[in-house]
Design a binder for this molecule. Structure first.
Ligand SMILES: Cc1cc2nc3c(=O)[nH]c(=O)nc-3n(C[C@H](O)[C@H](O)[C@H](O)COP(=O)(O)OP(=O)(O)OC[C@H]3O[C@@H](n4cnc5c(N)ncnc54)[C@H](O)[C@@H]3O)c2cc1C
Length: 416
């Protein structure tokens, strides 16, 4: 049994703490906010998207990005934030916009997604989470342009669960797609088995299960400030409530992990990809989508989470600024009202903005660092909820001295 400190109480830190106590370790969770999941895990899209994992970096994306940037309602916005980190991240991202790199990363992320799905089922058996609005309606990725649909249909793995659906089949599967004056769907790819849940509710409930676990030593509400090392080993965390000694430390502080690792000489290539969500109440007369829907061209996700329609969208490279920009919010409202006009009460929608902790490749960084006793579980970008369960198990196995259950090639510190 080891004494382990996990830094960060988002979905990645909370699931890591759970996997570690289940593996028999004594665990302390350090979180600077008053509650769990107040960062990127607060009001995300809620998709457990185990199969739709292709990263943003791909051939042709730089050209498409120019078009997106020219469209004021487009999914992408870029504003120089005055930092070298932004240009460095962008250069590394552009270098990865190649079909062969995208294919390799997608393969790794598919393996991580499958392992995460299995790990989520184990977590459910162990922790019996309820009231997390879990549903498995499947995911429909819809295409506005016939050419994009035909390309996606041709690329779908014939041995996988994906099914290409014509426009009519999409409307039959999800009638709410036809609720606007000019239905916008050219076709879609449906994947059964994809799930939806409330990430924030899951974190809070898992936090309560942790509090009752005999191996859990509690949440320390404090800001982590840095690490103390002795002969190449991390021996303590410096924090606003003093030093916390332990055998091992797992860095799971999302975006802020980079600043905590930097004084140790570790450069974590993380940059905030800012996104927005709306949570709009659903009343009896509304017709929300039943399956979870991704609008491929607008990069907008729609999912019913309990009595709310959760819409998540946008990738803004504007620095570490989580404020809701009124222009972007208005753009999101326009898209949503035009696409699903009868789905929910948008006048009462609660807006939110969050910062995805993203690596240039789109793959998280899991596992050891050059410093003994310090482990990473960071950089999950657009799919941190989906990948958290598998990533947590992998890191818990490594901390326990067992081999990783998954090949970590491409998921480590040097390859992001
Ligand atoms: C708009 C949007 C939609 C999304 N939709 C989806 C989706 O549908 N499906 C999906 O899988 N993923 C989705 N994501 C991505 C997902 O939300 C993130 O990848 C995930 O929340 C990252 O979790 P995390 O625990 O690494 O980071 P966070 O949730 O940000 O947690 C990090 C925690 O560390 C704490 N912390 C930071 N610094 C310190 C410090 N120095 N000391 C102590 N504590 C510290 C923070 O307070 C925070 O609580 C979405 C993200 C956004 C923004």
């Amino acid at each position: 049994m080891k004494q382990v400190v996990v830094i960060g109480g988002g979905v990645v830190g909370v699931t890591t703490a759970w996997a570690l106590v289940q593996a028999g370790h004594r665990v302390t969770l350090v979180e600077r906010a008053a509650g769990l999941a107040e960062g990127a895990s607060r009001a995300n899209g809620g998709q457990l998207s185990y199969r739709y994992v292709s990263p943003l970096a791909d051939a042709g994306v730089p050209l498409k990005a120019l078009g997106w940037l020219l469209d004021p309602d487009g999914p992408l916005r870029f504003r120089p934030d005055g930092s070298l980190a932004q240009w460095r991240w962008l250069a590394a991202f552009l270098a990865r916009c190649r079909a062969d790199i995208n294919r390799r990363t997608t393969e790794r992320l598919l393996a991580l997604g499958a392992f995460s799905q299995q790990s989520f089922m184990e977590l459910q058996r162990e922790a019996a989470l309820n009231a997390i609005e879990l549903r498995t309606p499947g995911k429909l990725v819809v295409y506005r342009k016939p050419a994009s649909f035909l390309r996606a249909a041709a690329a779908a793995d014939p041995k996988g669960p994906e099914r290409a659906l014509s426009r009519e089949e999409c409307l039959a599967l999800e009638p709410s797609l036809g609720d606007c004056d000019q239905p916008w769907v050219a076709g879609g790819i449906f994947t059964a088995g994809e799930a939806v849940a409330d990430c924030h509710a899951l974190c809070l409930q898992l936090g309560r299960r942790l509090e009752r676990h005999p191996n859990f030593q509690g949440v320390v509400q404090a800001q982590a400030l840095g690490f103390l090392t002795e002969r190449g080993r991390v021996v303590a965390l410096r924090s606003t409530v003093g030093e916390l000694g332990a055998d091992d430390f797992v860095l799971a502080a999302g975006l802020q992990s980079a600043a905590l690792a930097a004084p140790l000489g570790l450069r974590l290539p993380l940059y905030p990809l800012k996104g927005y969500s709306l949570s709009a109440p659903i009343a009896g007369h509304h017709r929300p989508p039943t399956v979870s829907v991704t609008d491929f061209e607008r990069k907008t996700l729609y999912a019913r989470i309990g009595q709310q329609l959760r819409v998540a969208a946008m990738v803004d490279l504007v620095g570490e600024d989580a404020r809701v920009d009124p222009d972007r919010l208005a753009a999101l409202h326009r898209t949503v009202r035009a696409s699903f006009p009868k789905a929910a009460d948008y006048a009462l929608a609660v807006p939110w903005a969050g910062l995805r902790p993203a690596t240039p490749s789109g793959a998280p960084m899991l596992g050891p660092t050059p410093l003994a006793g310090l482990w990473l579980n960071v950089g999950h970008g657009a799919l941190g909820f989906t990948f958290s369960f598998g990533s947590a198990r992998i890191v818990a196995d490594l901390v326990s001295g067992r081999p990783s259950p998954l090949d970590l090639d491409g998921l480590g510190l040097r390859t992001a």
